[in-house]
Write a protein that binds this ligand. Structure first.
Ligand code: CAA
Ligand code: NAD
Length: 283
């Protein structure tokens, strides 16, 4: 299973980062989103990241240009016809993801691997929307993708061993560390991280402390690089809420109930850094 051409679905904060690290590792990348505007936003972010690497002396201007030239833009899912591996990084919503996987299954060549960067949705259920469940796998990158080492690789019920091996090998080529986990709600990362974030929101909701105090306790007391509320803003409050809902539904345990304050912020459209306002304000 040789992977040369990679397609990334979704040019948001995760898809853009995934396209960037794949292009940096020498893969030919097709970045797909719903409109040229979304693609433009994603490519601008990639350009900025690469320029910072040039400024820091980690890459030459020529290498940056070559890297950007390896990424082509697409608004047509049929472009999957040229891909060996497709990594989906659209919104955390099962209906959206299964629609995308159905279309990818029809458009992509028979040998192509279909991976999802989902934070919490069952890989087995996404795979069931296709006629190639053995070629469907979870490839969960961490945010910000160019910086974070981990890729959590999730085996669905039917994922074939050679598909797992190919994705693990590619992850190493991206200079990332693969960790294998099984398909369970939230996998390992978000089963542990997201209840902590949700508890921080409850702590704010119940008036135990200010948002700054809650974040300071976790930063200075536990050596976390960001406090949980700052991290929630960074991830996106919509994504945090989706993940808590998946945990709540998947385990049927009230300890995973999303905090009403998290719901309220999402309903207000205060989704965190990406919309300029979440628990904190950003310009
Ligand atoms: N994109 C690309 N690079 C970025 C970046 C971004 N959004 N943000 C920071 N960086 C780079 C900076 O350029 C800098 O690189 P250089 O040193 O080479 O210049 C490096 O990261 C450190 O950045 P800063 O010095 O500006 O800031 P920092 O030391 O505070 O680090 C951070 C920033 C790496 C984001 C750090 O705050 C951190 O690790 N935060 C926690 C991140 C985390 O927990 N991620 C996981 C989220 S959960 C998830 O992803 C799974 C899910 O399903 C929700
Ligand atoms: P985002 O909102 O920044 O980006 C999502 C992008 O997908 C948008 O540009 C949107 O236009 C595009 N999109 C939506 N539907 C599409 C479709 N049908 N076809 C093509 N593009 C489509 O979201 P994000 O934070 O990048 O999250 C993307 C995925 O990655 C989610 O599944 C999320 O759970 C997961 N994830 C997020 C994080 C995080 O910290 N934000 C970390 C790991 C995994």
């Amino acid at each position: 299973m040789t992977i040369k051409n990679v397609m990334v679905i979704g040019a948001g904060q995760m898809g853009g980062g995934i396209a960037q690290v794949c292009a940096q590792a020498g893969y030919s990348v097709t970045l797909n989103d719903l409109s040229q505007d979304f693609l433009e936003r994603g490519m601008t972010a990639i350009g900025k990241n690469l320029s910072r690497s040039v400024e820091k002396g980690r890459m030459s201007e020529e290498e940056k240009e070559a890297c950007l030239a390896r990424i082509s833009r697409s608004t047509d899912i049929q472009d999957a016809a040229h891909a060996d591996l497709i990594i989906e990084a659209a919104v955390e919503n099962m209906t959206v993801k299964t629609e995308i996987f159905k279309k990818l299954d029809q458009a992509a060549p028979a040998h192509a691997i279909l991976a999802s960067n989902t934070s919490s949705l069952p890989i087995t259920e996404i795979a069931a929307a296709t006629k190639r469940p053995e070629k469907v796998i979870g490839m969960h990158f961490m945010n910000p993708v160019p910086v974070m080492k981990l890729v959590e690789i999730i085996r669905g019920l039917a994922t074939a061993d050679e598909v797992y091996q190919a994705v693990e090998e590619m992850t190493r080529r991206l200079n990332k560390a693969p960790v294998e986990v099984n398909d369970f709600p939230g996998f390992v990362s978000n089963r542990i991280l997201m209840p902590m974030i949700n508890e921080a929101v409850y702590t704010l909701f119940e008036g135990v402390a200010t948002k700054e105090a809650i974040d300071d306790v976790m930063k200075m007391g536990m050596n976390h690089p960001m406090g949980p509320l700052e991290l929630a803003d960074f991830i996106g409050l919509d994504t945090c809420l989706y993940i808590m809902e998946i945990l709540h539904e998947g385990f049927g345990d009230s300890k995973y109930r999303p905090c009403p304050l998290l719901r309220k912020y999402v309903k207000a459209g205060w989704l965190g850094k990406k919309t300029g306002r979440g628990f904190y304000e950003y310009n």
